[in-house]
Design a protein around this ligand. Sequence first.
Ligand code: GAF
Length: 393
Amino acid sequence: SAMAGEVSGVSTVLDEARRVYRETFGGQEPTVAACAPGRVNLIGEHTDYNQGFVLPMALPLVTVMVGSQTSDRSVSIVTVAEGADDPQRVDFDLSSSNALTPGQPKWANYVKGVFQHYRAGPLCGLRAVIASSVPLGGGLSSSASLEVAVYTFLQQLCPDDGDDVAKALACQKAEHTHAGMPCGIMDQFISVLGREGHALLIDCRSLEATLVPLTDPKLVVLVANSNVRHSLTGSEYPSRRRQCEEAAAGLGKSSLREATLADLERAKGRLDGETYRRARHVIEEIERTAQAAAALRKGEYREFGRLMVESHNSLRDQYEVSCPELDQLVSAAMEVEGVYGSRMTGGGFGGCTVTLLEASAVDRVIQHLKERYTGTPTFYITTPSEGARVLSL
Ligand code: GAF
């Protein structure tokens, strides 16, 4: 059995996808394979749709797509993603006008959305199998990894111009139109552009990204999945987004990225208390993220960890997207010697925490979280991994 927190490799997921492909499609072998990673965000939460900074890294957890072109325009796709039960299959015909209309099953909407927004074409028919080691709905961007895996797969059959930023934007659009989730650009961007051994400081206004090395062997990034997901996510995310837009408008700015704390204080009387707190989180978090990236560059892990905890507290108290389970995991982590910092990661209301710690403390931390957390956590000891790529078969 695997050690606590150990992550299985890409080849395990690839092998599973190939096996299911053979089983599903009469013993044939796939000819094309691509994968795209999930992500963990180190800091910069709910800042991407405010044109701010984020600092995610790509995970060794991936979604893999294997398949082959067909001679017509029929599409058959089977998924065996983790968390799903038996393999599920969808069939549609690209020559039919409603082929890409969202419907059931839900997972297929991500696929259809990417087909819809793919930047070259016309697309040919294909048979494919999708497998994943990214936990579904666990806050590690299983959906972005699926979108980007599908896009990267399609690039092999029907090449586009290879523009990575445009690719991330097309996948984000798929999420907007086909999953109804008005997400920012972070998850798709890091899944496309992540680099092994690096976190990525993304400026979501200019869409420029800077690599921040993260390879110190004395340091570990531990992801703890609370294994809870509160149903609030669906409605709360769009409403946070709206509040931020209202706040920016109230400050006379095009986005909260353009606003300073002084601007916010001047406008305080004109904003309701909740909108003020939302805006304050965003403005401070954007600044914190820039500071954290600078600290990481200088190897100032204590400072980085302090900023992580500030981020968590602000998400809990001002942005109000945490939950008791995430708060519990963060406080428990902070009790252990050798931990620099810990915070919720991703949209919130469940999902995961991310903890930065001394490598020597990792067993101690996992043990302590198991004891202190009232639920059943899952752990991933992670390393910053490569973004989407073609796999050889
Ligand atoms: C979700 C969204 F998809 C991202 O765009 C981002 O806004 C994140 O929540 C919060 O930082 O993952």
